[in-house]
Write a protein that binds this ligand. Structure first.
Ligand code: HEM
Length: 374
């Protein structure tokens, strides 16, 4: 992932609806409508063949919800959604807000801190780790595995190989878990219970735990840093939030649109499909560019401007259709809680130092040191 991909994305969108990328051996879809149409048509743009850009990782993701198709997909999704649906997650709002305030308040008192390492990483790790029912040292392994999963999705190179190595180690650790390693009443324990009731195959429990672990951490981690960065660079938008804190959910949507935590994801094209004048050949790999689609000027006026007053509810950062993110309500709750904790305490944010996190899939920060004025 380039440090600043948006100029390149614009070139791709302007070059045509589907552009062959030699390095990935895949056809890139970068326009909003095309990305949405492809995600909707899961019969044609399949996930079962894998959503990565190398065969080893495509093999690795077999059996998880991301590569499952109906009817099996429905059973896996129901098992996960039991704990993640909006109505259930809403009950967690006060608890998540309290956690966010506990994290943000002491950092703000320091006057300067690294958002990436001191807030964006530990906050969702603690919240999601507790919800899954993991012990802290196991949560840390899951978080390391989460970054590795996204690194290992790329074309085969050194970063992918390193990611694959870590994924293998983390999966071995998870395979050794039993119900007793998970807190009673947690999302993780619920999976073992669903297996005991015969609702999901017992050998799917480990994969499902991995389903929580893979996408739940680094996506939210990067979304938090990206939003704080955008607010720091656009102080008038932070002022809008001070004037009207009810804009926080809109700011979170806009943050996710502006900087999609997952920039690229794979699909497999099962038959010839025509996009404009371009034919996507059967049996080709497809790169779904969430980051580019969210900045498509054909859909969003002035897409490179971060504007919390626009309605970005339809951004594609959580995907669309069959595989749309099951964790979206929880992720939104977490990011909103951090934003509220900031708005209540911070007048101005100054970026003191920043370094992008380089990964094949996700976009965020390795370091985002800020100074805050209350
Ligand atoms: C800002 C945070 C997040 C972002 C940007 C994000 C993004 C995505 C995207 C783009 C997909 C679709 C993949 C596809 O189409 O193949 C997805 C699926 C998924 N996400 Fe998230 N995610 C986030 C947070 C979470 C959280 C917190 C959880 C769990 C607690 C989670 C669990 C899942 C699962 C289980 C799927 C697979 C759904 C399916 O295949 O039916 N995600 N996510």
């Amino acid at each position: 992932m380039a440090e600043e991909p948006y100029g390149y994305y614009r070139e791709l969108r302007d070059a045509g609806p589907a552009v062959y990328l030699e390095k990935l051996d895949a056809y890139a879809l970068s326009r909003y409508e095309d990305v949405r149409a492809a995600l909707k048509d899961w019969h044609t743009f399949g996930s079962a063949e894998g959503t990565a850009f190398n065969p080893a990782m495509n093999e690795n993701v077999q059996g998880v919800i991301l590569t499952a198709e109906p009817p099996e997909h429905g059973a896996l999704r129901a098992a996960l959604m039991e704990r993640l649906r909006l109505s259930t997650v809403r009950d967690l709002a006060d608890w998540v807000q309290q956690r966010a305030d506990e994290f943000v308040a002491p950092l703000v008192e320091l006057g300067s801190f690294d958002v990436a390492t001191e807030l964006a990483r530990p906050f969702p790790s603690t919240v999601v780790g507790e919800l899954i029912g993991l012990k802290p040292e196991m949560t840390e392994k899951f978080v390391i595995g989460s970054d590795a999963v996204f690194a290992a999705m790329g074309p085969m190179n050194e970063r992918t190989r390193r990611g694959l190595g870590i994924v293998g180690e983390v999966l071995e650790t998870i395979a050794g878990l039993t119900k007793d390693d998970l807190e009673p009443g947690s999302m993780g324990a619920a999976l073992y219970e669903a297996a005991a009731r015969g609702e999901i195959p017992p050998d799917h429990v480990v994969k499902l735990l991995w389903n929580y672990a893979g996408p739940a951490f680094d996506t939210t981690i990067h979304a938090i840093s990206n939003l704080i960065w955008a607010l720091a660079r656009n102080p008038e938008q932070l002022s809008l939030l001070h004037e009207d804190p009810s804009l926080v959910p809109a700011a979170v949507d806009e943050g996710l649109r502006y900087e999609a935590p997952i920039q690229i994801w794979g699909r497999f094209c099962r038959k010839d499909v025509t996009f404009g004048e371009t034919v996507l050949p059967a049996n080709s790999r497809v790169a779904i560019l969430f980051g580019a689609a969210n900045r498509d000027e054909r859909h969003y006026p002035d897409p490179d401007t971060f504007d919390i007053r626009r309605n970005a509810r339809d951004m594609l950062s959580f995907g669309y259709g069959l595989h749309r993110c099951t964790g979206a309500p929880l992720a939104q709750l977490e990011i909103e809680a951090v934003a509220r904790a900031f708005v209540a305490r911070v007048r101005e944010i100054e970026i003191l130092d920043s370094r992008r996190h380089l990964n094949h899939t996700v976009r965020g920060f390795q370091c985002l040191r800020i100074g805050v004025h209350t």
